[in-house]
Design a protein. Structure first.
Length: 226
């Protein structure tokens, strides 16, 4: 028996339903992949707004990154910067500056751009007022000495893409990578010129970036910085 009009008319609907389901599933997969892409530190980015500070109530508790909050270390909370990002905070009211590492989320008050620890707030003279107008500048970790207090007690990771005896080859590769990864640097110890992308205190972020670079065809590997 041949199918009636209703049965025949249902075929395009089924096809559309399956097509829609396939598109939705594909979108979800790509959304999931995007959510797990490496967060690249936006070196050079600046931002102005109001800074505040937080301390005793949170001391010893876990931050959003999982690190234990220590109000006497040079760390801070920011709404969007990747954990581990290094930021110079300049108090626009007195010109004092401090460098901090992002390890928490916040502040959640309109108009405020960063929450500093007690120690960092003291460094730029804003303890008494509680807030200050500031300018934030995201810095590369290469500007820090290994014994800088910002890095106290923390492992640091970078993704190395190549090591060359020829400095010219290293610089050429670094320039190529900077188009997509502006935080790429050449680390030079006098004998080897190492092309490295980013510095992270979170190993999982470094792993994600390493995987991404390997998929692009680079011989990337994780290096622990001392």
């Amino acid at each position: 028996m041949s199918p009636g009009p209703a049965a025949t008319g249902s075929e395009p609907f089924c096809s559309r339903w399956w097509l829609g389901a396939l598109v939705l599933a594909t979108a979800l997969v790509f959304a999931s992949c995007s959510a797990h892409r490496a967060q690249i530190v936006p070196v050079g980015k600046t931002q102005r707004g109001v800074a505040s500070w937080y301390g005793p109530t949170f001391h010893g508790k876990a931050t959003a990154s999982g690190e234990i909050f220590d109000t006497y270390r040079m760390t801070a909370a920011h709404k969007t910067l990747p954990f581990g990002a290094l930021v110079e905070v300049k108090n626009l009211e007195n010109g004092k500056t401090v460098r901090v590492r992002i390890n928490d989320r916040g502040p959640f008050v309109r108009g405020r751009v960063i929450d500093l620890t007690y120690a960092a707030a003291e460094e730029i003279g804003m303890l008494a007022d509680g807030t200050a107008k500031v300018e934030l500048t995201v810095l590369p970790f290469g500007t820090l000495a290994p014994d800088d207090p910002v890095l106290a007690g923390l492992p640091r990771f970078t993704v190395q893409v190549g090591a060359f005896g020829d400095s010219g080859r290293a610089r050429a590769l670094a320039e190529e990578l900077r188009a997509r990864y502006p935080e790429t640097v050449v680390s030079d110890d006098g004998a080897w010129h190492r092309v490295q992308v980013g510095q992270f205190t979170d190993r999982s972020v470094a792993d994600a970036l390493c995987d991404e670079l390997q998929k692009l065809g680079f011989a990337a590997l994780i290096v622990v910085l001392r």
